[in-house]
Design a protein around this ligand. Structure first.
Ligand SMILES: [Zn+2]
Length: 115
């Protein structure tokens, strides 16, 4: 099952996601977000919402009760597969600052890569 989620996620257009993260990277200090430093900047790409992407289609937190153990199990394996795919493309996944149901791919680009 984990392999199925991974295969599914790997079928996304990662080359394009990765390229877009370079386009979206901040190029000047001042507009920087977490993850930037003097040697480089991060760029984010919106992947979609937790509800549209995860197997359960639910967003839950420790105080919600509408999820089943099966949901949690499948979703955690799905998130692992997503992290693995993002790592393969030199990036990582984070939830949106404004809306935690939003999922973003982040990649760090060095100043040389951005030049
Ligand atoms: Zn920056």
């Amino acid at each position: 099952m984990a392999r199925t989620y991974y295969a599914q996620i790997m079928s996304w257009n990662w080359d394009s996601i990765r390229k877009e993260s370079r386009v979206n990277a901040c190029h000047e200090e001042g507009e920087c977000d977490d993850g930037c430093d003097k040697d480089g900047h991060t760029g984010a790409v919106y992947l979609g919402s937790v509800m549209s992407l995860t197997p359960s289609g639910k967003f839950y937190t420790f105080w919600t009760t509408n999820q089943t153990n099966d949901d949690v199990d499948r979703d955690s394996r799905w998130f692992e597969a997503l992290e693995k795919a993002a790592t393969k493309y030199d990036g990582y996944v984070e939830h949106g600052d404004g809306d935690p149901t939003d999922l973003f791919f982040y990649r760090y680009w060095t100043n040389e890569e951005l030049a």
